[in-house]
Design a protein around this ligand. Structure first.
Ligand code: GRG
Length: 295
């Protein structure tokens, strides 16, 4: 196993233990909603966004423990978005993270509520952390995360994505979708981590910029993998964009050109990590892995 993979696995184990602390147990009444929330949360995602919160916080000299509630909140918001994205009203997918989607197991009504439950739990955890340590770092991190997830970020990206289903779109619109639907959450994770670690405004800006570049490159790779990979490798159906009549980078630019654009963005992000110094080495390696992966 490569050193990066080992480091990622350590982060994953750490994050999953913390998620257990922050998610209600399913013994609580009514158990069904807690079971549905936990089903998707513990379905084995890569935990990239919480990893980025914590790694960014440490990279600027912060204490990872202070980042934990925000990292867990990021993962809950991300999981809620996946549950809702898979619903019949959206992508209507049957598999996610290598198992049946939430609505396939718990029904559409409970899947909507499980997504809502995760989102509100995330807000509560972050607000609790702000109350416990009221300062600009905690409120700034919560603000960055809510901004990235909402109508200035992921949600508006999803709205435009849904709107253009079955329609032709230009590169500018597709970039708008990728920047918001995917990159805004990655940008928010890195920004929140840097804020929590006490970085200066200039450094926070650099983390955010790297996040946007990584996020768009990550989504372009996702577009490519949707046509080149297998369901076993991805843990979710392939050719999902075609099924949903969604135009992707591959449709607009072809596989090779798309790969080139992703590589360029990835290199630009890695240059930012290099400039910030060796405390960002893990983030640099992670960027390379995520934006040049083949599955
Ligand atoms: C429902 C408001 C709302 C938004 C949905 C995140 C999202 C927006 C849709 C999911 C579908 C999709 C292709 C999103 C692009 C981002 C992406 C590649 C998500 C998957 O992220 P990974 O690979 O997933 O980090 P894991 O399972 O590893 O956490």
């Amino acid at each position: 196993m490569t050193e990066l993979k080992e480091q990622m696995n350590q982060w994953i184990a750490y994050i999953e233990a913390k998620l257990e602390d922050f998610i209600p147990k399913q013994e609580q009444f009514p158990p069904i909603i807690f079971e549905a929330m936990r089903y998707s949360l513990f379905a084995g995602g890569k935990r990239l966004r919480p990893m980025m919160v914590l790694a960014a916080c440490e990279a600027v000299g912060g204490d990872r423990e202070e980042g934990v509630p925000f990292a867990c909140a990021m993962e809950m918001i991300h999981t809620y978005s996946l549950i809702h994205d898979d619903l019949p009203a959206m992508d209507n997918d049957d598999y996610r993270r290598g198992r049946l989607t939430n609505h396939k197991v718990f029904g559409e009504d409970m899947a909507i509520l499980a997504g809502d439950g995760l989102l509100h739990n995330a807000m509560e955890i972050m607000a609790d952390a702000c109350c416990l340590n009221p300062c600009q770092k905690t409120t700034g991190a919560m603000q960055a995360i809510a901004h990235g997830a909402g109508i200035h970020g992921m949600l508006v990206g999803q709205v435009v994505d849904v709107f253009y289903e079955g329609k032709t779109l230009d590169g500018k619109t597709l970039d708008f979708i990728h920047i918001n639907k995917t990159a805004a959450m990655i940008c928010a994770a890195l920004k929140a981590g840097a804020i929590l670690g006490g970085a200066t405004e200039t450094v926070i800006g650099k983390f955010a910029l790297a996040g946007e570049k990584i996020g768009v490159a990550f989504q372009i790779l996702d577009d490519i993998l949707d046509v080149t990979s297998t369901m076993e490798e991805l843990g979710k159906p392939i050719h999902s964009d075609e099924k949903n009549e969604k135009k992707t980078y591959v449709d607009l630019y072809g596989i090779e050109k798309s790969r080139e654009i992703a590589c360029k963005l990835s290199d630009e992000a890695m240059a930012i990590w290099l400039e910030l110094g060796e405390s960002c080495d893990f983030l640099r390696d992670l960027t390379e892995y995520l934006t040049k992966r083949t599955y």
